[in-house]
Write a protein that binds this ligand. Structure first.
Ligand code: 7TS
Length: 407
């Protein structure tokens, strides 16, 4: 089995060498965005330095090269997700735009008053608000699957909430504030049994688990390139071809048409129907390089390494007097949210930053999760495969200092 060569991996990420307040940076904000390995930086710079041009539009050398690289990235993502075809891969600005695309194009066209949309209590706001907007406009009803105090979805409640009226289940695969891994495959099967479609928010899952959309049998899946060691402003919507084919375009403009007259415009075939305007060419090429990079590290190695970090981090943080972990699901990834008595998350974040440790503090765009636990905010250390146990020790040391200040 492959393992992580941590020294090599860390050399691949130039940003890890940065110092903060004269101390080696400990970057534990990977759920917000990940650092980029050298091949990604080089792919983006290479496009700008050697073949800047628009795609699908020119027959000149540079445009052909850019188009080949852009479409090559689509093929890489198709293989990465094991989609049936490249036309099922739509490039977007990120998870948020991918979910909005489905809400606008599928939701506004195919859903009607009284139809039910099922989400969970642990969704990121980007998998709540677009559905609320849709419900307000179309008279659909939003239903919410609750979770228990460990941060595990209640499967029993899910089964009760899933009815003949449920038209869409939109569910997060891995929670960004709790780290919980949801049993999405089982849920997709159950939803399909009731005739509902399923969208999977894989924003976090994509960097922690190998994803096979055919095995999951999800109808849509969304992720962001920047959480997969790729450029910001890139994202993917996977959709089953027959669904995407039946859906109207989301944005109108160049590149998404077959022909335009003032009487009637016809649309381009998939995937271009959903990619109006000049796309983020450099970003998508960088995303292709990110996919190659992650696969070269390998998800077997990543999962094994991160689970060890999670075990070590859970023990080390739990040993800090008074610290309470928020999110203790049996199935979880290396995301450690916590609260400390008498210390506001913002102050914790500021004080550990003085020690060179970058964590996230706040509601993490999951206010309903904060409400469930009765806290305004948590501190969150989100770890990935380039982090180490020594870095966890640095966080724990910084937290002990925080405790001294606040006790
Ligand atoms: N869904 C989940 C589960 C997420 O974690 C995020 C971003 C999104 C959707 C939205 O992704 P975007 O790339 O379109 O913004 N999560 C976080 C976070 O945890 N801290 O900053 C952003």
């Amino acid at each position: 089995m492959k393992t992580i060569d941590i020294r090599k991996v860390r050399r691949d990420f130039p940003n890890l060498r940065v110092k903060v307040h004269g101390k080696p940076l400990v970057y534990f904000d990977n759920a917000a965005t990940t650092f980029k390995p050298r091949p990604v930086i080089e792919a983006v710079a290479g496009y700008y330095q050697e073949y800047t041009s628009n795609v699908h539009r020119g027959i000149h050398e540079l445009s052909e090269k850019a188009t080949a690289a852009y479409e090559g990235a689509r093929d890489k993502v198709q293989q990465f997700l094991n989609a049936r075809g490249s036309k099922e891969i739509i490039f977007t600005r990120g998870t948020t735009e991918s979910i909005n695309l489905v809400a606008y194009s599928y939701g506004r066209h195919f859903l009607k008053s009284g139809d039910e949309i099922l989400i969970s209590e642990m969704e990121h706001h980007s998998n709540i608000v677009p559905w609320q907007m849709l419900c307000e406009e179309k008279g659909c009803v939003l239903k919410v699957i609750p979770f228990n105090d460990q941060g595990e979805l209640s499967y029993e409640e899910f089964e009760k909430l899933l009815t003949a009226k449920t038209r869409l289940l939109s569910i997060v695969y891995i929670s960004n504030s709790l780290g919980t891994v949801n049993p999405v495959k089982k849920m997709i099967k159950a939803a399909h049994g009731r005739g509902a479609l399923v969208l999977v928010d894989a924003a976090q899952a994509v960097s922690h688990r190998a994803i096979d959309v055919q095995d999951l049998d999800c109808d849509f899946l969304a992720f962001s390139g920047h959480k997969l060691f790729g450029p910001t402003g890139t994202g993917v919507l996977y959709g089953k071809a027959q669904l995407l084919d039946a859906m109207p375009p989301f944005h109108g403009g160049g590149d998404m048409i077959s022909s335009v007259t003032f009487q009637k415009t016809t649309y381009a075939a998939l995937p271009y129907k959903f990619e109006a305007g000049t796309p983020h060419v450099a970003g998508v090429i960088g995303l292709g390089a990110a996919v190659d990079y992650v696969l070269s590290v390998g998800f077997n190695a990543i999962e094994g390494y991160e689970q060890k970090l999670l075990e070590y981090g859970t023990k080390a943080l739990s040993a800090v007097p008074g610290l309470k972990l928020i999110g203790t699901a049996k199935e979880k990834v290396s995301i450690l949210s916590f609260v400390l008595p008498n210390a506001h998350a913002h102050d914790i974040g500021t004080l550990v930053n003085d020690e060179g440790v970058a964590i996230r503090t706040g509601h993490h765009c999951t206010q309903p999760v904060m409400k469930h636990f009765g806290v305004p905010a948590t501190s969150r250390a989100s770890l990935t495969f380039y982090n180490t146990a020594e870095e966890i020790d640095a966080l724990v040391k910084a937290l002990r200092k925080v405790r001294e200040v606040f006790s």
